[in-house]
Design a protein around this ligand. Structure first.
Ligand SMILES: O=C(O)C1=C[C@@H](OP(=O)(O)O)[C@@H](O)[C@H](O)C1
Ligand SMILES: C=C(OP(=O)(O)O)C(=O)O
Length: 447
């Protein structure tokens, strides 16, 4: 839901060794998709381990407004009684996607080829983010969008009454754009084709196949060519949502920088479209062992044993960016504790997330006594070799990952670090505070 009441500042104090097991909640990307695909299937989808963060709860409420029956049976255990592809009813109210880019962009795709009119809005962060990247390809299906200047929310979308299939090369590496086009293609006759030059997270493709869609992925010199046959009847599924590797990044990185720590992080995705951070950390010298590799909820996972480590800065290969796009803020924190420079290039997408994450990390790190360099597409962090001064209050800009990153930084800094809005964390990782405290982190409401 849009906006939250008075911001609650939280302070992280220098913490003792972190010890124990970090069971992080369900994957946010897969949680959104299981609700949306569940709503587009015929019959009852069961979801286990759904992330109950505000972003996903907003998508659940939206699916209900489109006519699906969405019920929580127990914590994490949900059912969605779907209305079938093309069966969405016109919501009577504005659809408020809160803070969630994934929510609004995927739902726009899902309704774009149904003859209904929908007005979307979100919080102050989401209303600044570009929607043209989805409305451009969706208009090729026959959809119309009328938003604020620059293609911003609030925006009214008129779904195509007579959709045509589309062939679209995604111009930015974005799983949200790819997914919006695929979801729209579900209710268009014939074949919709999406071409992505750089591979991005592939949960939509995997899950569409799981729900019974006819979808093929061909790997070519131009990139992945994804072909979807329109107007299938989607079969309801039993979905087990694996844990979120983007959430697992926080206890993992905290354990690496807090002296004497040893933390066990079970069930971390090893999906090649999501595991870039973990590869990068190992390259920096992180002591992480990957135990018990297996499949969970259709995703390759492993249990991570993470020990505090002396780290060295590296150049992160730009082609790895998509597989760790949400992890750059916390990587920048780890880099601040490493020896030498960590260079992150090819990261301009960070400027259009919940905040401008290059700007937010740069200003926050400087305030905490860390030297950085930045340009439009780059962030360079000069490591301190383990001694980060801290002692600042950092602006979160309604961005959960900025909030969690600076709390992790504060756990090992010389002086406490405060983030000005702890509630931002509720969008993706509502148990962050309780979980980190259980491992021994000293984080509390600011005085
Ligand atoms: O498809 C998804 O579930 C997501 C895609 C990514 O966004 P982009 O598509 O904008 O890169 C990512 O940052 C976001 O947290 C989740
Ligand atoms: C970018 C993110 O999410 P979204 O785009 O869904 O708001 C994120 O969770 O880091």
């Amino acid at each position: 839901m849009s906006g939250h009441s008075t911001p609650k500042p939280i302070t992280a104090h220098r913490s003792g060794p972190l010890r124990g097991t970090a069971e992080v909640p369900g994957d946010k990307s897969i949680s959104h998709r299981s609700l949306i695909l569940g709503a587009m299937a015929v019959g009852e989808t069961r979801i286990h381990g759904l992330l109950e963060g505000q972003d996903v709860l907003d998508t659940a409420r939206a699916m209900q407004a489109f006519g699906a029956e969405v019920v929580q049976h127990a914590p994490g255990s949900w059912s969605v009684h779907g209305v079938g592809v093309g069966g969405f009813r016109e919501p009577a109210q504005v659809i408020d996607c809160g803070n969630s880019g994934t929510g609004v962009r995927l739902i726009m795709g899902a309704m774009a080829t149904s003859p209904i009119t929908v007005t979307f809005t979100g919080d102050a962060s989401l209303c600044k983010r570009p929607m043209g990247r989805v409305t451009d390809p969706l208009s090729l299906f026959g959809m119309q969008a009328h938003g604020r200047k620059g293609g911003r929310l609030p925006m009214t979308v008129i779904g195509a009454a007579d959709p045509v299939p589309v062939r679209y090369a995604v111009p930015v590496p974005s799983a949200q754009v790819k997914s919006a086009v695929l979801l729209a293609g579900l209710n268009a006759p014939g074949e919709t084709v999406v071409i992505e030059a750089e591979p991005t997270r592939d949960h939509s493709e995997r899950m569409l196949v799981g729900f019974g869609a006819d979808l093929q992925v061909e790997r070519t010199a131009q990139g992945n060519v994804i072909t979807l046959k329109g107007q299938p009847e989607l079969r309801p599924q039993e979905v087990s949502v694996p844990r979120d590797p983007s959430s697992a990044a926080f206890p993992t990185c905290a354990a690496l920088i807090v002296e004497g720590s040893e933390v066990f992080v079970p069930g971390v995705s090893q999906n090649l479209t999501r595991n870039g951070l973990y590869i990068t950390l190992v390259e920096m010298g992180a002591d992480i062992t990957f135990e018990n590799p297996r499949e969970e909820g259709g995703e390759p996972v492993a249990d991570l044993r993470v020990k505090a480590s002396s780290l060295t800065g590296i150049e992160v290969p730009p082609e790895r960016a998509a597989s760790m796009i949400d992890e750059y803020p916390v990587l920048a924190v780890v880099a601040a504790y490493a020896e030498g420079r960590t260079v992150m290039r090819g990261v301009k997408e960070l400027r259009v997330k919940e905040s401008d994450r290059i700007e937010a990390m740069a200003r926050g790190l400087e305030a905490c006594g860390v030297r950085i360099e930045e340009d439009e597409d780059t962030l360079i962090v000069h490591g301190t070799g383990g001694r980060v001064p801290g002692g600042a209050t950092v602006a979160v800009h309604l961005d959960h990952r900025i909030a969690m990153s600076f709390l992790v930084l504060g756990m090992a800094a010389q002086k406490p670090v405060t983030v000005d809005d702890g509630d931002a964390i509720l969008t993706s990782f509502p148990i962050f505070g309780a979980l980190m405290t259980s491992l021994g982190a000293d984080i509390r409401a600011a005085e």
